[in-house]
Ligand binder design. Structure first.
Ligand code: ADE
Length: 262
């Protein structure tokens, strides 16, 4: 973009999407709301977060809700980037409840073909027969990745409770990783293992890659930050309820830090 366009670019708002009330509530008083507008039954709250013009919206769960809201943010509000903050299920055995994953690669794991009960994921929009797709998933913009690394220098997440840590209270980890998106809540160890082993996912959720798909269509940046509320096994429904509030805070804290470089 030419240099003279930078101020116009800066004045465009950043869209921040959450799926559920516990995720959006984490921004609390840090978000100074100025007004809100309704489209399609969604409430788009405009205001300031960390001094940046933002539009905060609760989309509900799932890829379609996320895509509708992301489209309205891009088309009706002319947002210059689309961010998602919320919780996910952990897939990587190295990660625990409360750890935070910043999406470096986003994949829609439920788009593809099923042969003999085996799912093969394809890039969204690609005819899922015969040929593997040339590209697969959405990759975080390289320049944004560098800015994020800079912004996170010296950053440490607040300590997690002993209960969420599964014993002794600990400081959650923060890493870039592969986030898988699909329209199912994963509550199954076999699926958790398959998603990690076959697709290399660190976390699974239900909206992120849909936001990335819309952002790419509109030519704007996207960023997905997820803290792990559960580990996507048979206990995940219980853990999700138990740890949702505490863990959702992690994603919002990281996103508030990163908004300064967007
Ligand atoms: N979001 C939080 N936990 C999840 C899980 N286990 N599966 C899908 N989305 C999630």
């Amino acid at each position: 973009m030419p240099e003279h366009d930078l101020s116009a670019q800066e004045s465009a708002a950043i869209g921040i999407i959450c799926a559920i009330p516990d995720e959006i509530a984490q921004f609390g008083d840090a978000f100074q709301k100025e007004k809100s507008t309704s489209f399609g039954g969604f409430d788009f709250a405009e205001g300031l977060l960390e001094g940046k013009r933002c539009i905060l919206v609760e989309a509900g769960m799932g890829k379609v809700n996320a895509a509708v809201v992301a489209t309205i943010l891009a088309q009706n509000f002319n947002c210059r980037s689309l961010l998602f903050s919320g919780v996910a299920g952990g897939l990587d055995p190295a990660l625990g409840v409360g750890d935070v994953v910043i999406g470096k690669h986003l994949i829609q794991h439920d788009y593809g073909i099923i042969n003999n009960e085996v799912t093969e994921s394809y890039h969204p929009g690609h005819l899922p027969i015969f040929m593997p797709s040339e590209r697969f998933g959405y990759h975080l913009d390289g320049a944004l990745h560098t800015r994020i690394e800079q912004a996170l220098k010296g950053f440490v997440l607040p300590e997690l409770s002993a209960e969420a840590s599964g014993g002794t209270a600990r400081t959650p980890t923060l890493q870039f990783g592969t986030i898988l998106t699909g329209d199912q809540f994963v509550n199954c160890t076999a699926t958790r293992n398959r998603l990690h082993n076959e697709l290399g996912g660190q976390a699974v959720e239900m909206e992120g890659a849909a936001v990335a798909q819309v952002a790419e269509r509109f030519g704007v940046d996207w960023l997905v930050v997820r803290s792990l509320s559960d580990l996507a096994g048979e206990e995940s429904g219980i853990d999700f309820i138990k740890f949702l509030h505490e863990t959702a805070a992690g994603a919002a804290i990281v996103l508030r830090r990163l908004i300064t470089v967007l």
